[in-house]
Design a protein around this ligand. Structure first.
Ligand code: TYD
Length: 202
């Protein structure tokens, strides 16, 4: 099973993923925890390029999208597909839905560009994706408390509102795969809700 975790900044994705990881391990399941952009040494280098605020030139939106997919292609081949083939559960912190929400809904790139890349370079979409949804201000306060802001975290509230509406659009279009979790609740309740969705799936 391939599960991804999505949402805007500071909505508690990391907490939920770790709870889920512990849950599967405790139940004796073989589970892999990974993230995007990144997840392999080469893809992590691409991540550094994407998140760095120290570029001498501004990164074009097309470059950003292509780098996301370059990292994803490497990650799929090296980590995700082999793990799934070996019968493992893969928990991934962000995947293609983030490209739709951030690069299309947020940056304004066309859906056609993303579709071209996703159709050709993503062999396997998650079986289920959790969208942790919370008001933007709440998450941004949490992100600011974590320290230095990366290139995305430095964006304005209006950008993240667009990203959030992108996730909402995905949820509307693919309700069976893209599950919304109310991330304003306690981490424990978010976890319980996620487990309920997983039980419904099996
Ligand atoms: P992440 O480390 O998950 O950020 P956070 O912990 O703040 O949620 O992801 C890094 C950033 O990359 C995040 O701001 C969202 C962005 N991103 C995209 O814009 N497109 C993508 O396809 C992915 C995977 C991430």
């Amino acid at each position: 099973m391939f599960i991804s975790f999505e949402g805007t900044e500071g909505v508690g994705k990391t907490t939920l993923i770790h709870k889920m990881f512990d849950h599967f391990q405790t139940n004796g399941r073989d589970v892999v925890l990974t993230r995007e952009p990144g997840g392999t040494p080469m893809a992590e280098q691409i991540r550094s390029l994407l998140l760095s605020v120290n570029h001498e030139e501004s990164m074009s939106h097309d470059t950003e999208l292509l780098l996301m997919y370059a990292a994803r292609a490497q990650h799929l081949k090296q980590v995700i597909l082999p793990a799934l083939a070996a019968g493992k559960i893969v928990l991934c912190d962000r995947f293609s839905d983030s490209s739709f929400a951030y690069q299309c809904a947020g940056r304004g790139l066309s859906r056609d560009k993303l579709k071209l890349l996703n159709d050709n370079f993503v062999e396997k979409m998650p079986d289920i994706s959790f969208w942790l949804d919370a008001p933007i201000e709440l998450g941004m306060t949490r992100a600011r408390e974590r320290g230095a802001l990366d290139r995305f975290e430095q964006e304005k509230v209006s950008f993240f509102e667009k990203v959030r509406s992108g996730f909402a659009e995905l949820h509307r279009n693919e309700p069976n795969r893209m599950k919304r979790l109310d991330a304003t609740q306690s981490p424990e309740q978010v976890f319980v809700d996620a487990l309920t969705e997983l039980k419904d799936l099996s």
